[in-house]
Structures are given as C-alpha cells and as structure tokens.
Ligand binder design. Structure first.
Ligand code: SF4
Length: 305
C-alpha cells in the first residue's frame, strides 16, 4: 500500500471495501467525502477499566463508518452524517485539550476512513502528546492500513463481531468480515506486542483489547470466535472483552433474529466457554449492563478548538 496521504482520498483504499472512489467528488460506502467530521470530543467513562481509569478516556467520535451495522448504537453519527467539519490542525488542538483535561489516553473511535487527516493531526500534536493513542475500530481493516499506523498507535481496541459470513453480510454488508478482521487483528498484536498495564494505576499503555459483543441467537458464532482466538492468537498476547450490552438499536427491528436483547443464559454460555478455553485475561460484563448510558450525547461537545 502507498503511504497514507491526502492523495489517498482521491482513489480511496483505506478499508477492505476498496471503493476506489474519488472522495473529493463523491462519498464511498463509509458515507464520507474528504472533509473530516466529528460529533464529540470528551472524557468518556464507559470503556474497559484499563482505558477509562478514574479520569476517563479522551474520546473523539468521528462521523461515518466503514461497516454501518444495522444495529449500531451510534447510528446518528455512523450512518446519518451528524458532525462538524474539522481541519487537521483543529483536531490536533482537540487532542491536546483532551490531554489537558486529564484524559488517560486519546481514544479515536471509528477513525479509519479519515486516516489522512488523523495521521496529520497526530504528527502535529506529537511533540506535546504524552498519553497513549487508542485505535478503537470495528475490526474491518486492511492489514496494510494497520502497518501504516506503526509509530502512531499504542493500543488497538478492535471489535471481532462475526465468524459466519451470512451474519456479517446481513448485519454489516461485509461478507468477508471475519477473513479481514482476523488478519487485521493478527497484525495489531504483532505490532503492539503483549498488553502492558501500569502496575499501580492498572492503566493500559500498550497492547490489544479484542472486543466481542454477544448477539442474540448467535452464541455458537461467539464460541467459534473464541476457538479461533485460542488456536490462532498468542497466549497472553491480548486482552479479551466480552460484552453483554447488545441492544436492538437503529434498523435491528428489520432483522427479527436480533430484535431483542441477549439472555443471561446466552451470555453465560459464551463466558463459560471462554473460561473453559483459558481465555480469562480481560473483561466480562454484568448482564445488567445493557443500559443506554453507553451511548454518549452527540452534541458537538469539545470540538471548539
Ligand atoms: S474508507 Fe470509505 S471510501 Fe474508502 S474504501 Fe473504505 S468505505 Fe470506501
């Protein structure tokens, strides 16, 4: 892959969709042209404890998405285009202002389709930036893009959503999701190395956290993903975050199988299998955590830099 520059927008291959559109003229599948937009930049408490810590994670929510899942809880920004346009210099100032507010890290949420701007902003902020950079993504990435992030990103926080291609096609229009996400995660682990947490604070400094949200009626798919992790990823090379918070947002009502929350039984079966396989480094949720506090208000907070 060519180095990622602003020219990349003119024949976009930033994600596995490989749209090759000229985003100066037209948006690709992600819904975005070549102007970076974001909906919120604020301290966020709802990540894993080693990311949120006590002060919060300095989270920037970008507009648009390369997956556009039918059940997305952030649909107003991921699919309906809400957000404010920002230059790379403004974004760099936002990064530093989050650091000044006490953020434990800089948390880039769904960043891949704006990488030319984001890499520029990180380069501008870098001389003053002392906190780790977290790449918080849906897992649907090109390995080449992950390689291009070496030196910019300290912590990867990818989802691993589906094993079965019929699920990924129906819910995210990405038949090749597992194929792409599994390769990208291997690259992330190779690049970031095993998890490093500060002994006193427990805050993460480097490494990979794989997030998997159990979907209704799909516990066997979760189990297949756990088996892949056990067989293909280095033991101790990552943390696993098993999420129980699925809520049928957005267009989930058009997909009867996922138009409900998961049951305690479904989540417990997946947790039991993770324990049986020895995948116990990481985080599990109380089943009661399916609350809407996980969706922050998208109100342009923190974007006046
Ligand atoms: S980032 Fe957007 S335009 Fe570029 S390849 Fe991915 S979906 Fe297509």
């Amino acid at each position: 892959m060519e180095p990622i520059t602003y020219q990349t927008y003119r024949n976009c291959t930033l994600c596995p969709r490989m749209c090759r559109v000229d985003r100066t003229r037209t948006p690709g599948f992600c819904g975005c042209r070549d102007q970076l937009t974001a909906a919120r930049a604020a301290l966020h408490q709802w990540e894993e404890p080693c990311i949120s810590g006590t002060s919060g994670s300095g989270t920037v929510f970008f507009t648009g998405c390369t997956l556009r899942c039918c059940f997305c809880q952030n649909f107003s920004i991921s699919q309906e285009g809400f957000g404010r346009e920002l230059s790379a210099s403004q974004l760099a100032r936002i990064f530093l202002s989050l650091q000044d507010k006490g953020a434990h890290n800089l948390n880039l949420v769904t960043p891949s389709h704006f990488l030319p701007h984001i890499l520029d902003a990180l380069s501008q902020a870098r001389p003053a930036l002392t906190i780790p950079v977290v790449y918080n993504c849906g897992g649907y990435e090109r390995p080449e893009t992950i390689d291009a992030l070496a030196g910019y990103v300290d912590i990867y926080l990818p989802d691993l959503k589906y094993f079965r291609s019929d699920y990924s096609r129906e819910y995210s229009q990405a038949k090749d999701y597992f194929q792409k996400a599994s390769q990208a995660i291997l690259r992330m682990i190779r690049q970031a190395g095993p998890p490093i947490l500060e002994p006193e604070s427990g805050l993460m400094k480097k490494g990979v956290i794989i997030r998997h949200m159990v979907l209704p009626g799909a516990k066997e798919d979760s189990v297949k993903l756990l088996h892949w992790m056990k067989e293909s990823l280095p033991p101790g090379g990552y943390l696993l975050s098993l999420l129980s918070q699925y809520t049928p947002f957005y267009h989930a009502e058009s997909h009867p199988k996922i138009n409900r929350r998961i049951t305690s039984y479904e989540y417990r079966k997946v947790v039991d299998e993770a324990i049986r396989l020895g995948l116990t480094h990481g985080f599990m949720q109380e089943k009661s955590s399916a609350k809407e506090e996980y969706t922050p208000p998208f109100n342009l907070e923190g974007l006046d830099a």
